[in-house]
Structures are given as structure tokens and as C-alpha cells.
Design a protein around this ligand. Structure first.
Ligand code: SER
Length: 553
């Protein structure tokens, strides 16, 4: 069975059981500054898992491309990737454990025809705050799964939230116990192929977990892994999903995959990811998504160079972005080589600096010195590397994980303030103004809009006063679900309207503002307190940017 057939069967299986297929979102999330990438199918659904009504209903299904930057160092074996496709189905407070586990089992064993004897399942064993998941255990048993194929684990294995175990969940974050399915390739080589998360808890200020008002199911299964299980061989790179890219790598390096697995796995994964990011407009840079893309390309370039010195990355995936970056990095390599020439001894720390400054992976430096007859202290390199990794992990933890801060009270206030600001700009500057982007953190809002020139101080003050006036009026915020056409006709401003199919949510603030939006929003504008515009500047020709902060009044 091909990966395409598996994807189609999954979507069909769940649509036949009352699920609506929703469109996947982009890898670079829109309107969400708390994370760099979409790393799971549930990420754009958080407001709905928390109780908001989804326009497509309570049962959803889709296939979502995902990118997990935090896994970059793991790539180079038969199962890890940064980029993958997640098949997902959700119950937003509708069915729960029984239906989910029955359906997943039916899908795997009957639709896909995987042998029951090859499957293992796992169940949450319970901890201080959350009881053992006896219910899932009984359900699996009732499906005739042998007890020695049912494994119990604690929070490290059988708890899922975007930030991991309960103690790592920030206030407001949702999660719950989960139940995984594994495929056994023999000799205890188990591969997780699907995970049903029972999202029923939310982290509280006092550190406790509170039950959500609705009990949700969030299932995710990696298409690459399901495909490899269907082939009964454990290397996801030997599935049709990687076929064409591996053939290209073999062709341009003139080497065989089976003899150069680790290097080619890195190139294949990273270049697939790079291609997808570039398609969304990401360009290599030293910041945020651009930095991650640069890292993907450089790691690939180095691996490729190790396989064949004259092979060119842009022959694997073509495009100007890749060509330019490869040329730039080629110069960096030359520069780095000159630096190395200058050093008469290279210790582990210097090897690490080369890695940091020039992007020279350790193996390359080691190889170059082996050629020069020098050995490097690998332990010292590793120690430097770990130190740095811990630091950068801590600094970027929030950013690389799924949108963590997004539904806090303050961010919700900023969401509503953004709508008010948008309308106020249109009232003061004219209706040619429209939103081009927005980005919210717990500290400020940033709003990009179309306008030809710098705003005058007087205009800025007028906009600020108008927003604060509307806050003072304590207007009621209302929500309506309607089809896209009616929303358009009602005069609602619309952005990213392709996201949720035909039905959209429209938020109105009194009769001042009306916008299509996923929310969440405050119930009345008075809750915001007041805002202050802190900056007005150009982003590019025809686009201006405003930053504003919420002030207590
Ligand atoms: N959100 C869960 C995961 O990413 C299941 O979809 O594993």
C-alpha cells in the first residue's frame, strides 16, 4: 500500500464516521508569535479543545505537515525526522476513549490489515494527580489484545502536552494521559505508529491540573511510520515518501543509500523540510525560522560534501534560495579552512568555536585534522556542545514548542485590542487600510497594515483615543458562525479565510468592528483596560507597523 493510499483510507475512514476534513495550516503559523513552527495537528485547534465552537463541528480529521526543529540532532537513524506528515482525528468534547480506541484498532487491523500479533499498546499508569487509566486498559482488553501486549508507563511516556510532562506545562496549557500503538519489527524493535491523547486537563496557577469542561480526543499518527509498518521493514526512509529524493542523492553522490544511511537520512529529511519552508516564503537568515532553514541547508551541505566533494545541494532540490545559500556557505567553508590553517593546535574548545562560528560540524573538523595528522579532544568538544545546547534550549524552549502562551488572559485581551485598533485605523485613515499581519505576545501587540506614508502624531493620538473610547464604552463582544459568503456580505473584514472551509467565525465588537477570526476574545471591551501606541514605523513600501501595549487604567 502506498503512503497516498494510507492517507486516503484514513481520511475516508473518519469522514465516514462523522468527521469533517479540515485544511492543514501552514508550517509557519500565522498570527501566533509563541511558536516558530506547526509541530502537531492539534496546535491550531487549541481554542476549540478549550471549548470554543469549531465551525466544522465536533469531529475533525486531517493530514497536517509538521516540523519539529527540536529534533534536528536526532536525525540520522531509521525513524527520526524534523519534517513529517501527521494524520489526525479529533473529538472536541464529543466521543471519548471507547470510540477512539475501537476505531483506531479497526483502522489499523482491518482497513490497513496490520497483523494483531505485531501490535503493542500502552496505557497511562497514573501518578499523584491523575489516576491510572483503567478505562483504556479495559477497552484494549475487550478488543482481544493479549495482556502482555498492553504496557503501562508513567508521565514520561504516556502523558502528552506540547511541553511534555505535567511539571513542564506552563499555566493555561492543556494535555492529558495518552495511549499509544506500537508496531513490532521483531527483536523488540518497537516503533510508535499512533497516539490517542485524551486532552482533559489544564494546568493551573497553583501547579495543579484542573479537568477541562469538555473531554477531548487528539489522535496523531505519523504517515511515514504507518507506511513503513505496512511494509514490515523498520526504515522509514525506504518508503515511497523518500524514494525520489534518495534516488537523487544517490545519483549526484554516486554512492548507495544502503552503504551511507546516516548521512543520506540527514540530507533527505533536511532537504524535504527546507523545500517545504522555502515554499512558504522562508529565506535563510540569522533569525527565527530563517535560522532554522539555514541550519538545515548547512547540515545538508556538509553531509553532502562528506559523501562527494563536488556534489551540489541545489541538484537535490532546485531553486535560487538554495543555490544562493550554498554559494554563501561555500565561502564560509573556505574562510573556516583558512582559520584552521592559522591554528597550530586545535583542542575541543576550538573545534566547538569552529562549529559555532562557521557551522563546521565536528566530523568535518575531525576529518580535516586527521588529514593533518592531529587528534581532537572529543570529550572537550562534547562538553562545550552540551553546555551551549542547554543554554540555547532553555532560551528557546518556548519558541520551538507548540504555541504555549496563546490563550492566556493577557493574550486574549491583546487579540480584542487588535480588532479595535484595526477598525480605528480604518476610521481615522480611511477604508483603504487593511491588515497585513499581526503578532501578539504577552507584552505587546504588533500590527502591520497597508498605508502609504508615516502617520502624523495627531493621527496616532486619534487612533489611540478612539480605541480607548471603545474600551471605555465596555462594548459586548459577540460571536457568530456563518458561511463564508454571508460573512463577506455582512461586511466582516476577513483574513486567512481559507483556513476552515466554508464555515467561519465572525466576531463583532458592539457595532464598531466585525472580523472573521478564530478568537479567543474577551467578553466585553472594558476588560482590556486601555492601550498605548508605543511605535509607528515602516516595514516596507506601502506597509506600516504599529506596536501597542495594554495599560492598566
Ligand atoms: N498531539 C499528539 C502528538 O503530537 C497526538 O496528535 O503526538
Amino acid at each position: 500500500m502506498t503512503s497516498k493510499q494510507i492517507r486516503e483510507k484514513y481520511i475516508k475512514f473518519f469522514t465516514e464516521r462523522g468527521h469533517k476534513e479540515i485544511a492543514p495550516v501552514k508550517l509557519v503559523p500565522e498570527n501566533d508569535s509563541s511558536t516558530l513552527f506547526t509541530s502537531s495537528g492539534m496546535q491550531p485547534l487549541v481554542p476549540y479543545l478549550l471549548g470554543q465552537t469549531h465551525p466544522a463541528g465536533k469531529r475533525l480529521v486531517n493530514s497536517q505537515p509538521c516540523f519539529r526543529a527540536e529534533d534536528i540532532e536526532e536525525v540520522g537513524d531509521n525513524r527520526h525526522t524534523t519534517f513529517f506528515e501527521m494524520l489526525g482525528n479529533w473529538s472536541l468534547g464529543d466521543y471519548f476513549k471507547k470510540k477512539q480506541l475501537h476505531w483506531i484498532w479497526e483502522f489499523l487491523t482491518q482497513e490497513l490489515g496490520l497483523a494483531k500479533e505485531k501490535l503493542y499498546v500502552s496505557v497511562f499508569e497514573g501518578n499523584r494527580d491523575v489516576p491510572k487509566d483503567e478505562e483504556s486498559f479495559e477497552i484494549w482488553k475487550s478488543l482481544d489484545i493479549a495482556e502482555d501486549h498492553i504496557l503501562f508507563h508513567g508521565v514520561s511516556e504516556n502523558w502528552w502536552s506540547r511541553s511534555g510532562s505535567p511539571d513542564k506545562m506552563p499555566v493555561g496549557e492543556i494535555g492529558g494521559p495518552d495511549s499509544e500503538v506500537f508496531y513490532d519489527f521483531g527483536n523488540d524493535n518497537l516503533l510508535e505508529i499512533g497516539n490517542s491523547v485524551f486532552i482533559e486537563y489544564q494546568k493551573q496557577e497553583d501547579g495543579s491540573l484542573k479537568e477541562l469542561s469538555q473531554k477531548n480526543v487528539d489522535f496523531g499518527g505519523g504517515l511515514e511510520r504507518l507506511t513503513t509498518a505496512m511494509l514490515d521493514q523498520p526504515d522509514i526512509f525506504q518508503t515511497d515518501l523518500y524514494d525520489s529524493i534518495l534516488r537523487k542523492i544517490e545519483e549526484i553522490t554516486n554512492k548507495k543509500y544502503t552503504e551511507n544511511k546516516a548521512g543520506m537520512q540527514v540530507i533527505a529529511d533536511h532537504m524535504r523540510a527546507a523545500e517545504a519552508l522555502i515554499a512558504e516564503g522562508v529565506v535563510p537568515s540569522n533569525k527565527l525560522q530563517g535560522y532554522v532553514l539555514r541550519k538545515l541547508l548547512r547540515r545538508s551541505a556538509v553531509k553532502l560534501r562528506q559523501l562527494n566533494k563536488s556534489a551540489d545541494l541545489s541538484l537535490i532540490v532546485s531553486g535560487k534560495v538554495i543555490k544562493d545559500e550554498t554559494e554563501r556557505f561555500g565561502r564560509t567553508i573556505d574562510h573556516g579552512l583558512k582559520e584552521i590553517e592559522k591554528l597550530d593546535h586545535i583542542n575541543g574548545k576550538a573545534a566547538f568555536d569552529l562549529y559555532q562560528t562557521f557551522g563546521f560540524p565536528y566530523e568535518i573538523t575531525e576529518e580535516l585534522f586527521r588529514q593533518k595528522g592531529q587528534e581532537i579532544d572529543k570529550e572537550q568538544f562534547k562538553a562545550e556542545f552540551e553546555k551551549h545546547r542547554d543554554l540555547s534550549r532553555a532560551a528557546s524552549a518556548g519558541m520551538f514548542k507548540g504555541g504555549l502562551a496563546d490563550n492566556s488572559e493577557i493574550v486574549t485581551k491583546y487579540h480584542t485590542a487588535t480588532h479595535l485598533l484595526h477598525q480605528a485605523l480604518r476610521t481615522v485613515l480611511g477604508s483603504s487600510v487593511f491588515q497585513k499581519g499581526s503578532n501578539i505576545t504577552a507584552e505587546r501587540l504588533r500590527f502591520d497594515f497597508s498605508y502609504e506614508r508615516k502617520m502624523t502624531d495627531c493621527e496616532i493620538k486619534q487612533v489611540e483615543d478612539l480605541v480607548n473610547q471603545k474600551i471605555k464604552e465596555d462594548l459586548v463582544v459577540t460571536k457568530e458562525i456563518m458561511d463564508k459568503d454571508s460573512a463577506g456580505k455582512s461586511g466582516a473584514l476577513g483574513f486567512f479565510t481559507e483556513k476552515y472551509g466554508d464555515q467561519v467565525t465572525v466576531y463583532s465588537i458592539g457595532d464598531f468592528s466585525k472580523e472573521i477570526c478564530g478568537g479567543p476574545h474577551v467578553e466585553r471591551t472594558g476588560a482590556i483596560g486601555g492601550i498605548k501606541i508605543t511605535k509607528e514605523e515602516a516595514v516596507s513600501g506601502g506597509t506600516r507597523r504599529i506596536k501597542a501595549e495594554i495599560m492598566l487604567r
